[in-house]
Write a protein that binds this ligand. Structure first.
Ligand SMILES: Cc1ncc(COP(=O)(O)O)c(C=O)c1O
Length: 368
């Protein structure tokens, strides 16, 4: 199917930065700077400065950032970690793969973890909480941090979808023990392949992650401190990300404009609930523009048939995937989200004309 409006625009994205990116990539390749070179360190410094943390450790995925954060936190067998059930599976897998028990909790209107549900889920075995900032909006970090302090919990932020989003002026990823980012190609800041990073203010955590990503080795002394992984952010991707990070604030501003245009064009349709939530303390970046829609499946099909590429994430709750062994749950917030949501095209490259076409197509579907 050739779409009139793509969900994301990787080709256009590349074309717009081609000169800058080509020269950066050629430079990396010509110098043979492939693994663990200066471009990686420069990107890490710039990322840490952007987020407002002391350290950033480049990794090859958001999953590995979460996994290494759990390891560095010492979370393991016998520990419970509270995590929203409505998230990408990697958040939960990171907890399971260190031998801890994920405690799935419900989500609220803004798609993020319900702080009351989080509080109710705390037991004497709760060791950590993993707030996930979905779609470029932070969780209620005032409540989460207060709960963490009261119950002595480690906070590992899954900020994979929230680079640049803030709560009370503080950046996603900078609140807790560690913040975890994904630079999967279709994230607001995306690499040309898998990539991620862990940020932290704790030097020991940064050092441990830096070793774990390189099979446990301290590269300066050659000493192996742990059994680790091969999960370093490669140099070429780091150089690409560093170029893109310079453009990132402008892209976030464009996402705001696109969201505002959707809002102006769709807000009067009672069958839709748009992702514009209350709270002046939040600054959202619209990683995704997720609407709750009456007759969601019909709307998604109609948009698809009329040349608008959309995404439904996720059609069934995570615990219903038997292979994940997450037990049986009944979380009405998450179940409603799975029934109701569809994500409209959202990227920094989309034209106003394309946004208007999406708006008109949605309006036509609802007979307006
Ligand atoms: C909320 C969330 N957590 C974790 C991840 C994992 O990141 P990656 O795909 O880079 O491993 C993603 C990526 O899509 C995500 O959206």
């Amino acid at each position: 199917m050739s779409y009139r409006v793509r969900f994301v625009e990787p080709t256009l994205h590349y074309q717009r930065l081609k000169t800058e990116l080509d020269s950066t990539m050629q430079d990396v390749l010509a110098k043979g700077d492939l693994i663990n070179r200066s471009q990686l360190r420069e990107f890490e410094q710039n990322l840490a400065a952007f987020v407002g943390t002391e350290y950033a450790v480049g990794l090859n995925s958001g999953f590995h950032a979460l996994h290494l954060a759990c390891i560095a936190a010492g979370v393991g067998p016998g520990d419970e970690v509270i995590v929203p059930a409505h998230t990408f599976v990697a958040s939960v897998s990171a907890i399971v793969l260190v031998g801890a028990t994920p405690v799935l909790v419900d989500s609220g209107e803004d798609f993020n973890m319900d702080a009351d549900a989080c509080e109710r889920a705390i037991t004497p075995r709760t060791r950590a909480v993993m707030p996930v900032h979905l779609n470029g909006r932070l969780c209620d970090m005032g409540r989460v941090m207060a709960l963490a302090e009261k119950h002595n919990l480690i906070v590992i932020e899954d900020a994979a979808q929230a680079l640049g989003a803030t709560y009370k002026g503080k950046m996603a990823g900078s609140f807790g023990f560690a913040g975890c980012f994904s630079f999967y190609p279709f994230k607001a800041l995306g690499a040309f392949g898998d990539a991620g990073a862990l940020v932290t203010n704790d030097e020991k955590v940064a050092t441990m992650a830096t070793r774990l990503r390189y099979n446990g080795e301290d590269r300066e002394t050659g000493e192996y401190h742990y059994h680790g992984f091969t999960c370093l952010l490669d140099n070429l991707q780091a150089a690409v990300l560093d170029v893109k990070l310079r453009h990132f604030p402008r892209w976030l501003a464009r996402r705001q404009q696109v969201a505002a245009r959707y809002r102006a064009g769709l807000a009067d349709i009672p069958e839709l609930r748009l992702p514009h939530f209350e709270g002046d303390e939040y600054h959202d970046t619209f990683q995704n523009y997720v609407v709750r829609a009456a007759r969601r499946d019909e709307l998604a099909t109609y948009l698809d048939e009329h040349g608008v590429e959309v995404l439904v994430q996720w059609r069934k709750p995570m615990w219903e995937h038997d292979g994940l062994n997450l037990g049986k749950h009944h979380l009405s917030g998450v179940e409603a989200i799975c029934r109701e949501v569809v994500s409209l095209p959202m990227n920094a490259e989309i034209s106003d004309e394309s946004v208007d076409y999406v708006i008109q197509t949605v309006r036509r579907f609802y007979g307006r």
